[in-house]
Write a protein that binds this ligand. Structure first.
Ligand code: SAM
Length: 448
């Protein structure tokens, strides 16, 4: 195993620690205003007896257009009042070791934090060797440390991986908030934005006021759907959605052709061509179980699922017991160099936090001549009844831990691939989304 350390970010944020009493001191205020740092951290020890005033402190930090965070020693993380801090948020929890640390100490805590996903808390780490960070993906990615000698702690570290040394006093980079790819076109008596000739009783829907750029783009691409499901969260677009097509101006009707089948057929045809070791990044609970089981049983391929979400991974292992199921992320594949004949990223591309890093990982694990298949969905407008809306909006944030970070289309993905690994791939197929297609794009490339 040889995972690369987290990649440096384009605009890394610098941080400083400010004692509780000095938030309004002119010395650091002028430095902050001069853009010397963008994140202000405070020590947990100054607040632990009564964290309530933290809210006021954090809001004063935010008034200066800075990110507020708390520096927390590993020894105290187990007793943090997470729910109380979440109520105070938004806050960045920065975990810091006091002495040579043992990953076992913080492993359980991070697992809890990742599972709980409190809405207003984000986390990062300081002072943790990159080799240990590789299996975690902090909300705030620590940038690469400058070259410097490794700390004594590294001498005893058992991880025989490339390591850039402990991260200390490093700039941090927050990630964007997760976004959705589904946008509601709301029902309402005053609504005249869209008229849907759906069956015997036409319905009116109104889009966001004013329509966001995303909605305008979705309309231009003809990506407007009726929600046919009774699910709070759509998980099978082909079954759950009915494509609408524009008749005239604001008048839409159910399209004659429902396109998901064509896109799915293309994907399945490509999948049936694969052989050897096939790595599925963001496998989820595994969608094409029958095809994969058949190919695995006849020794055509060996399927490897990589998935960060443990509950999805458990479902994957149950669905396809012959598969090798590994917990991991696209950004840090738990696989050795050149081990794969094919890599798939099916509907997980837009969930990646660091696309260039993940694409470099694809290049690292693929053999020359190996195939890369990717597909995902772009933003789309949904016509939903008030009942469907209420169901969808009732899902707690904690139940959607791995959301989208972008709504890239196939050409965006192809550009990202060529930029991340110059001359590393031959792009074979780029099928973009447009009027007449579903909102699922497809990309195929071959490793040079
Ligand atoms: C929409 S689901 C797609 C699942 C499956 N591939 C499919 O086509 O049905 C997206 C999956 O990507 C996973 N995911 C989220 N962030 C990821 C990351 N950084 N690296 C790899 N997978 C990720 C999610 O846990 C989720 O299982």
């Amino acid at each position: 195993m040889n995972p690369s350390p987290p990649s440096p970010q384009a605009t890394a944020l610098r941080w400083t620690v400010c004692p509780r009493s000095q938030l309004n001191s002119s010395a650091w205020l002028s430095q902050a205003q001069a853009g010397r740092f963008q994140v202000i951290l405070t020590h947990w020890r100054d607040w632990r007896s009564d964290p309530r005033p933290l809210g006021e402190w954090a809001s004063r930090v935010r008034q200066h257009r800075l990110v507020a965070g708390i520096l927390i020693p590993f020894s105290t993380i187990a007793v943090l009042p997470l729910t109380e801090l979440d109520a105070i948020g938004p806050l960045l929890l920065v975990l810091a070791p006091e002495s040579p640390e043992d990953p076992e100490h913080w492993h359980d805590f991070l697992a809890t934090l990742a599972r709980t996903r409190l809405a207003k808390l984000r986390w990062s780490m300081l002072g943790v060797p990159v080799c240990h960070l590789a299996s975690w993906l902090p909300d705030v990615v620590l940038a690469q440390p400058p070259a410097r000698p490794h700390a004594p702690a590294c001498a005893t570290c058992g991880a025989r991986m490339q390591c850039a040394g402990p991260l200390a006093a490093q700039p941090v980079m927050p990630l964007p908030e997760p976004i959705s790819n589904q946008f509601d076109l709301l029902d309402g008596p005053q609504a005249t934005a869209l008229l849907c000739l759906d069956g015997p009783s036409p319905r009116f829907f109104v889009s966001e006021q004013p329509p966001s750029a995303t909605i305008v783009e979705a309309l231009a691409r003809g990506q407007v759907y009726l929600d046919r499901s009774e699910k709070p969260r759509l998980d099978d677009f082909a079954a759950d959605l009915t494509l609408l097509e524009q008749v005239d101006g604001r008048v839409w009707r159910v399209a004659d052709q429902q396109p998901f089948a064509a896109e799915e057929a293309l994907l399945l045809a490509q999948l049936r061509e694969l052989s050897g070791v096939v790595v599925d990044i963001g496998a989820g609970p595994i969608r094409y179980v029958q095809e994969l089981a058949r190919a695995q049983a006849s020794n055509v391929l060996r399927y490897v699922a990589v998935e960060p979400d443990l509950s999805a991974l458990e479902r994957a292992a149950a669905a396809l017991p012959e598969a090798l199921c590994l917990q991991g992320t696209g950004e840090h594949l738990p696989l050795r160099d050149g081990c794969a004949d094919a890599v798939m990223m099916l509907r997980s591309f837009n969930h990646l936090r660091d696309v260039p890093q993940a694409l470099r990982e694809v290049a690292r694990v693929l053999k020359p001549g190996g195939v890369f298949l990717a597909c995902d969905n772009v933003a789309f407008g949904l016509c939903r009844t008030p009942e469907q809306l209420a169901r969808a909006h009732a899902i707690p944030v904690s139940e959607t831990p791995f959301e989208h970070y972008r709504n890239a289309d196939a050409p965006d993905a192809a550009r990202a691939l060529c930029a991340a690994v110059p001359d590393g791939f031959h792009v074979d197929t780029v099928q973009a989304v447009g009027p007449g297609t579903s909102n699922q794009w497809f990309l195929r490339a071959t490793r040079r």
